[in-house]
Write a protein that binds this ligand. Structure first.
Ligand SMILES: Cc1cc2nc3c(=O)[nH]c(=O)nc-3n(C[C@H](O)[C@H](O)[C@H](O)COP(=O)(O)O)c2cc1C
Length: 271
């Protein structure tokens, strides 16, 4: 019996949020669950709380795929999950290249925290680095699959089938995906940070408020003293398009992804 559905997600550009919330809403409707609790752990302040769940919860957890894995900057937080026997669904969003081992890694983090993961899905979202790679996804076709998946989750719970399906990915997990330049040499984008066009910036502070790493200086938003995870929230959500990356390696990688992964990757789910 499910008493509460918890959406539990990290999202830079809202594709993960859309998929997770839709699943939660549809499963809640099908199972007649009245309480939906929105647990968005994107901001640093939200990650100061320990993620705590209880028996009778269904936790729909989602993260974007970063370098083929769960974002490593979130691992200390995700290792603190207190599932207390809740049921769970693991969701990985990826930008049309590959989910690699993100979904199985998220499933394992949830299981280690005491959540019984009864379903999982890999869905496609517009790539953080691009305005054209998987543009506007998840789209209507993706959302139909989200709906089909939600129906199967609800049916599985109604049958009281709490088994753990196999999911796409390898254990042990493969190393983080490394982009390469035209000579096959690794491109290291870890230290790359966004720049600000001060002619366009209106100093609204939205970028500093949104940054999941709290990396942008509130008093001077052109400064990024903290760690940037390249989620692109500040770039895609800037009302005046003032933020941008100009690092050569980063831009090369972004354009290469657009060229190599133009084909449409389809979502997959496991129930
Ligand atoms: C640093 C970084 C690395 C990424 N690595 C991958 C990847 O390995 N494979 C992939 O297909 N997409 C990758 N993506 C794209 C995101 O997983 C994808 O755009 C996702 O939909 C973003 O979710 P959000 O909108 O909830 O932030 C990466 C994005 C970022 C920021």
């Amino acid at each position: 019996m499910i008493n509460r559905i918890c959406t539990f997600y990290f999202t830079g550009t809202d594709t993960t949020k859309r998929v997770v919330q839709s699943i939660a809403n549809e499963v809640a409707e099908r199972l007649n669950v009245k309480e939906i609790f929105d647990y968005n752990f994107t901001t640093p302040a939200s990650r100061e709380e320990t993620p705590e769940f209880k028996e009778g919860d269904l936790v729909i957890a989602g993260v974007p795929t970063i370098a083929g894995r769960v974002p490593n900057l979130l691992l200390p937080y995700l290792k603190k999950i207190n599932g207390n026997g809740a049921l769970g669904v693991a969701i990985g969003l990826y930008g049309n290249r590959n989910i690699d081992d993100c979904l199985v890694e998220l499933r394992d983090l949830m299981s280690s925290g005491g959540i019984n993961v009864i379903a999982g899905g890999a869905f496609v979202g517009e790539h953080s680095f691009s305005q054209i790679l998987a543009k506007n996804r998840p789209d209507n076709k993706d959302m139909e699959i989200v709906s089909e998946f939600s129906k199967k989750i609800a049916e599985k719970i109604e049958r009281e089938d709490f088994s753990n399906p196999e999911m796409v990915g390898e254990v042990p997990y493969r190393p983080y995906y490394t982009p390469r330049d035209r000579h096959g040499k690794g491109i290291d984008i870890r230290k790359v940070k966004p720049k600000t066009d001060m002619e366009k910036c209106i100093d609204c502070k939205l970028c500093a408020e949104l940054c999941p790493m709290g990396a942008i200086d509130f008093d001077d938003v052109s400064k990024v003293p903290g760690i940037c995870m390249k989620c692109c929230a500040c770039i895609k959500k800037c009302p005046t398009d003032a933020k941008f990356f100009d690092d050569e390696g980063y831009l090369y990688h972004a354009h290469e992804l657009e060229d190599l992964y133009e084909r449409r990757a389809e979502p997959v789910y496991f129930v």
